[in-house]
Design a protein around this ligand. Structure first.
Ligand SMILES: [Zn+2]
Length: 476
C-alpha cells in the first residue's frame, strides 16, 4: 500500500487513510451521513471521555434533549432562525399523515433547551447553571461533504450555561477556553483562538470565539467554538431568575461545541506517509502486541505474549494482542501502522530466550530492546515522550503556518502558494473580507483572543485605517 503524499494531495491522502484505517465507511446511502466504524468511534470516545471529565470537574451536568425541534421554537430568536434555516432538515409527515407542526431535526439545541431552562430556572440560587449534551446534529450544508471534515450528520458535545451577570458569562467563556485547551492538548493539537468578525458570529450571539487548527496542506480547520450569547435568547425564551434584591432579571448565557471534526483534525495533523499517528493519551489502543512464531514454537510465544498483555493491562495501559491466524507479522505491522497505534510490541522465540521484548514507536519508528520486566515502565516513558514530540511538531507547524505579508500582493502570493494564516491589518469592513475571499479563497478568521494584538498600519486590503490585527486563512 502506498498513500498519496500528504502535503501535496491532502484530501486524497485523507480519504484513503480513513478508509484503510477503518475510521469511516463512506458507502452509506445518504451523502454526508457516514458510518463511524468501531476504531473511528473509539477515538471519538476517548476525546469524549476526556471532555466529559473536564466538564464535570467544572460543574457541568449531562442531560439529553429531543432531536425534534418545533419550527416555532427555532423562529423565536430571529437571527438564529435566519442563520440556520438554509441547513435545516424537516420532518413533515408521519406515515402519510401530514404533521400539523413542522419539526426540525436539531441543527443545534439552543431553542429546545432554552424553553426548558425557562421552566427550570427560578432564583439566583439556581445559577450558575451548566448543562452539557452529547448528541448527533443534522445540518444539510450545501457545501461539498467530506467524512468528518464536513458532514451532514455528526456527533458533538454542546455546553449551555446561564449566569446572573454579564461578568460571570465572560468568565464562563474563559472557562470553556481552558476546558477545550485541555482536551486539545491531550490530542497534541496546536491552534489559534480567534474572535470571529462580527459578520461571522454565531446566529444569535454577541460574539464567537473559534479554535482554528492548521492542517499540513495550508488550510485550517475549526475544531471548536465558544459563543457569548448575552441576553438575546434569554429574552426570546423568557429565562429569568429572582435576584438577591428580589428583582426579576434575565440570565446571561454562553454555549460551546466540540464535534467529531476534531477526529479529522487529529488524523490530518499527525498522520504521515504510513498512515495515522494517534496521540498516545487519546489512543484507544496504545500498544499492540504482535507475536512472531513458527508452527513448532507457537504455543510458547502466544503464552509469553498473553503474559505481557496482562502485565501491561495491569499497569493501566490500553493494549491489544493481535493473534489472528493467517496473517504474517509483516502484514500486521503495516496494518497497525496505518491505524496509528503508538507502540508496537514484538515478541518472538529469541526474545523469550533473552527475556526481552521489542518496542517500536510509531512516529519516529525508534526500536528499543527492553527487558520483559521493564516493558510497562518503558512503554509509559515512550508514550510520554511521543506525546511531547507530537505536541512540539504541531506547535512548530502552527508557528510556520503564520506569515506576515507586507502588502496585499504578497498576501495574495502567499495564499496562492504556501497558504496558512496571514497576520495582517484590517479596517473592520465586511467588504474587505469579501474581497480577500474572492481574490484568494481565504477568510478573515478573526483576532487573537488569548493575547492582545493592536493594528500597526493600514488595512492590507483597502488601505484605510486599520482597526484590528487579524488572521486570514483558507478553511475547510
Ligand atoms: Zn479594508
Amino acid at each position: 500500500m502506498k498513500l498519496p503524499e500528504k502535503e501535496t494531495e491532502f484530501l486524497k491522502w485523507y480519504s484513503e487513510v480513513i478508509s484503510y484505517a477503518n475510521i469511516v465507511d463512506n458507502r452509506s446511502p445518504v451523502k454526508g451521513a457516514n458510518v463511524l466504524m468501531p476504531y473511528g468511534y473509539s477515538i471519538w470516545e476517548s476525546i469524549r471521555n476526556k471532555l466529559d471529565a473536564e466538564l464535570k470537574k467544572t460543574g457541568h451536568k449531562n442531560a439529553y434533549f429531543p432531536l425534534f425541534i418545533p419550527e416555532d421554537y427555532l423562529k423565536r430568536e430571529s437571527e438564529h432562525f435566519k442563520g440556520f434555516i438554509p441547513e435545516v432538515a424537516w420532518v413533515t409527515h408521519a406515515g402519510d399523515r401530514k404533521l400539523d407542526r413542522k419539526l426540525a431535526l436539531r441543527p443545534t439545541s439552543e431553542t429546545i433547551m432554552y424553553e426548558m431552562f425557562h421552566l427550570w430556572i427560578r432564583s439566583h440560587v439556581d445559577l450558575p447553571f451548566k448543562i452539557n449534551q452529547f448528541c448527533n446534529i443534522i445540518r444539510f450544508d450545501t457545501k461539498e461533504t467530506k467524512p468528518l471534515l464536513r458532514d451532514r450528520e455528526f456527533l458533538w458535545s454542546e455546553g449551555h450555561t446561564c449566569h446572573a451577570t454579564a461578568e460571570e458569562a465572560e468568565e464562563q467563556v474563559k472557562e470553556s477556553m481552558v476546558i477545550y485547551e485541555n482536551v486539545y492538548r491531550e490530542a497534541c493539537m496546536s491552534f489559534l483562538i480567534l474572535r470571529r468578525p462580527k459578520y461571522d458570529t454565531f446566529a444569535g450571539a454577541i460574539y464567537s470565539i473559534a479554535y482554528d487548527s492548521p492542517l499540513p496542506d495550508g488550510r485550517t480547520l475549526q475544531i471548536g467554538t465558544t459563543h457569548n450569547l448575552g441576553q438575546g435568547f434569554s429574552k426570546a425564551f423568557d429565562i429569568t431568575f429572582q435576584d438577591k434584591d428580589k428583582q426579576n432579571r434575565n440570565v446571561h448565557q454562553t454555549c460551546y461545541g466540540l464535534s467529531t471534526r476534531l477526529v479529522a483534525a487529529i488524523i490530518g495533523l499527525h498522520g504521515d506517509e504510513k498512515g495515522l499517528i494517534i496521540p498516545p493519551f487519546i489512543a484507544p489502543i496504545q500498544i499492540v502486541i504482535i507475536p512472531i512464531y513458527k508452527k513448532d514454537n507457537k504455543d510458547e510465544v502466544i503464552e509469553a505474549a498473553e503474559q505481557i498483555l496482562k502485565v501491561l493491562q495491569k499497569a493501566g495501559l490500553r493494549v491489544e494482542l493481535d493473534k489472528r491466524e493467517g496473517y504474517t507479522p509483516g502484514w500486521k505491522f503495516n496494518e497497525w501502522e496505518v491505524r496509528g497505534v503508538p507502540i508496537r510490541l514484538e515478541i518472538g522465540p529469541k526474545d523469550i530466550q533473552k527475556e526481552q521484548v521489542v518496542l517500536v514507536r510509531r512516529d519516529n519508528r525508534e526500536k528499543a530492546f527492553v527487558p520483559m520486566k521493564d516493558a510497562a515502565k518503558k512503554s509509559k516513558t515512550i508514550l510520554k515522550n511521543m506525546h511531547k514530540s507530537l505536541q512540539k511538531r504541531a506547535d512548530k507547524l502552527l508557528k510556520d503556518s503564520i506569515s506576515h505579508p507586507k502588502d496585499y500582493e504578497e498576501l495574495k502570493e502567499i495564499q496562492k502558494t504556501k497558504r496558512g494564516f496571514c497576520r495582517a491589518n484590517w479596517c473592520g469592513d465586511e467588504a474587505c473580507g469579501e474581497k480577500v475571499k474572492d481574490d484568494t479563497g481565504a477568510d478573515i478568521r478573526g483576532t487573537r483572543e488569548d493575547i492582545k494584538e493592536e493594528p500597526d498600519g493600514n488595512c492590507i486590503i483597502c488601505g484605510k485605517k486599520a482597526k484590528e490585527m487579524v488572521y486570514i486563512a483558507p478553511a475547510y
